[in-house]
Design a protein around this ligand. Structure first.
Ligand SMILES: [Zn+2]
Length: 209
């Protein structure tokens, strides 16, 4: 159950409680045999705009095990600017055989003059919480050329670069998108950290809204 779970607590600490239901976030406490690798993970479905029975294209799992994400005093490591300790496993788990996908494709069918593209689910949810339609791209090196046409028609697509690798990736996207505008996050804060530190108004201000 998500309520009362480590996943709910982690999402709350990232300032995203208000959009947890919108994104269908869940928690894997116990797992059926063969799925133990997803235990103690936040479940992040890739919801399809149409919803319904086949409403999730896939699910990704993020480890929120206290032993990995908190220090000995129970403080989340990310709040101290420290790296989480996922030993012997990755921070994220993807279903076997899954392909790279865009997160939050629902943003693409909302009427808006602008759109944010940012790497990763948490930062996409962060912009959505701030009221800005946002899709999350998978990591660098996974772009598919057939995604590019989905970004036509917007006055501006804000391509949010969170770090050096992200800047290279977003520069490549901008070369393919005449309406793309690369935005580098300031003060070594990614989108989510900006929301947590300064609030939604300052986050929107990063793209001039
Ligand atoms: Zn872990």
């Amino acid at each position: 159950m998500y309520p009362g779970s480590p996943a709910e607590a982690y999402v709350a600490a990232r300032g995203l409680s208000a959009v947890a239901a919108q994104f269908g976030l869940g928690y894997v406490g116990s797992a059926i045999p063969g799925h133990e690798r997803y235990r103690n993970h936040l479940a992040i479905p890739y919801l399809r705009p149409a919803g319904g029975e086949d409403g999730a294209a896939t699910v990704r799992f993020r480890c929120v095990d206290d032993r990995c994400v908190k220090d000995a005093d129970g403080i989340y490591l990310f709040l101290k600017g420290e790296k989480e300790r996922h030993e012997g496993h990755g921070k994220y788990q993807t279903l076997p055989g899954d392909v790279p996908r865009m997160f939050n494709t629902s943003a693409l069918i909302r009427s808006s003059p602008y759109l944010v593209m940012v790497e990763g689910e948490f930062d996409a949810m962060t912009w959505e919480l701030a009221g800005v339609p946002a899709v999350g791209s998978p990591g660098t090196g996974t772009w598919r050329d057939y995604w590019t046409p989905a970004f036509r028609g917007y006055e501006v697509v804000y391509l949010i670069a969170e770090d050096a690798a992200g800047l290279t990736f977003m520069d490549e996207r901008a070369a393919e998108m005449p309406n793309g505008r690369v935005i580098q996050m300031a003060d070594d804060l990614d989108s989510n950290s900006t929301l947590l530190t300064h609030g939604a108004d300052v986050l929107r201000g990063r793209i001039g809204l």
